[in-house]
Design a binder for this molecule. Structure first.
Ligand code: GN1
Ligand code: MG
Length: 413
């Protein structure tokens, strides 16, 4: 039985080059932006799954450009993986299914854009990190992602959301929402508004470093939440990075910062008990180690210098965005309860405080990891890099299985 708007999804399913009959489909509830369905088909007697996804055209104003980016990026990733002799490439990189007339997307009668991906079996995602091995894998996966894209041909990618991580512009949007206070919500968020205002100075730091030529623009993912890395259920190893709509020009540090935001605290993004929110140093260490395993080869020293800061910056930016959306009446992020965006904002600001409390230790740690990984990036790099990875795994031998959220797997592709 098709559960979601049966007729509509049946219509969508017929548009793509899928040689089978749709049996049923489920909505994926994870993620704040796009609508995603996992659909099971009967294909010659075998059950095969695909992802159908409707692009949120209010967030992504130019869906065809989003799709052109996605095609360039996935083609390049696949090509690089092939060249490097990787196996199981359709599990490591998203595979887009064209429409029956050979187009990358289908536009329905209401003007919405749909796309379809191969569902990757045997992978799972998690909302919160449970082990240092997982944090290591997240860092490694996004570091690898950046590494594989350093030589993306074809010029600058389209900016699917202009100024996405531009913190001063996000701050302006916050100030505008506060001034308008359309729903009289500012009174409920006094403490968070004051907190944001006190920390405005964080906003300009990386942009200044970029303007001075210290940190370069790169091809980056820009939404490196832990739940955007799919881990192999059997091995726990990162397999595929998903949610590619914001892959565009950015700073490598934005990606690292969002990993710090989503992998170092034991809590989920909307945790209500703020006492539980905080950066765990072993997670940070594993994350940075994993990231540098792949990224040390291309990062500039100035980029490494801002690694700790980047966690604060992105957490601040996203906290500000939650607060702004709360003030605007929850028009951007999907919410599931009253005050949801304000709850999300609070966890972000609490995490920044926790980072600030520990930043001296974190800086020392990064310096020492950078020395290790620089040595690893020398000609004998493989020999040095592997034991480093194993050390982290040994530190957390039992990878807690915990509660996986396989639905996320579906939503993401
Ligand atoms: C959104 O919906 P999701 O999980 O892919 C947002 C990110 C935020 C994140 C916060 C396009 O990502 O920037 O960091 O929520 N994506 C967009 O959880 O705005
Ligand atoms: Mg996203």
């Amino acid at each position: 039985m098709v559960t979601y708007q049966e007729k509509q999804l049946k219509d969508v399913s017929k548009q793509f080059q899928i040689y089978g009959q749709i049996l049923h489909a489920e909505t994926c509830k994870i993620g704040h932006i796009n609508e995603t369905y996992t659909a099971t088909y009967d294909q010659g007697g075998a059950r095969v799954r695909y992802i159908h996804q409707k692009i949120n055209k209010h967030v992504f104003r130019n869906p065809p450009a989003v799709m052109r980016n996605l095609i360039r990026v996935t083609n390049h990733l696949r090509h690089k993986l092939e060249t490097e002799g990787a196996t199981e490439i359709t599990r490591r990189c998203l595979t887009l299914i064209p429409t029956r007339d050979g187009q990358p997307w289908y536009q329905d009668a209401t003007g919405d854009f749909w796309r379809t991906f191969v569902f990757i079996e045997g992978l799972e995602t998690f909302e919160a990190v449970q082990t240092t091995a997982q944090a290591f894998e997240a860092g490694r996966a996004f570091g690898e992602f950046q590494r594989l894209l350093v030589d993306l041909p074809g010029g600058r990618l389209h900016e699917t959301i202009p100024n996405f991580h531009h913190t001063p512009k996000r701050f302006e949007a916050f100030e505008k929402a506060l001034k308008e206070d359309r729903l009289n919500r500012a009174a409920q968020a006094k403490a968070e508004i004051a907190w944001a205002t006190r920390h405005q100075h964080l906003a300009q730091v990386l942009l200044d470093a970029h303007a001075k030529g210290h940190i370069p623009e790169r091809v980056t993912h820009n939404d490196t939440k832990f739940n955007n890395v799919m881990l192999d259920t059997a091995t726990g190893k990162a397999c595929c990075v998903v949610d590619l709509d914001t892959v565009m020009p950015g700073f490598a540090l934005y990606d690292f910062g969002d990993m710090v935001r989503t992998t170092t605290s034991p809590t989920v993004e909307d945790e209500l008990d703020l006492r539980k929110v905080g950066l765990r140093l072993p997670m940070f260490e594993a994350l940075a180690r994993g990231y540098l395993t792949a990224a040390a080869q291309f990062l500039k020293p100035a980029e490494r210098d801002y690694i700790v800061f980047s966690g604060k910056l992105i957490t601040f930016t996203i906290g500000l965005r939650f607060l702004t959306d709360f003030l605007n009446g929850d028009v951007y992020f999907r919410v599931h309860r009253p005050g949801h965006n304000l709850d999300r904002c609070r966890t972000q600001f609490r995490l920044i405080e926790s980072i600030t409390e520990q930043e001296d230790v974190m800086e020392k740690l990064v310096q020492s990891l950078a020395r290790d990984s620089q040595a690893a990036a020398s000609p004998a790099k493989k020999k040095v890099a592997r034991p480093a990875a194993k050390r982290v795994v040994r530190a957390a031998p039992a990878q807690a299985k915990g509660k996986a959220l396989p639905a996320k797997a579906a939503r993401r592709r």
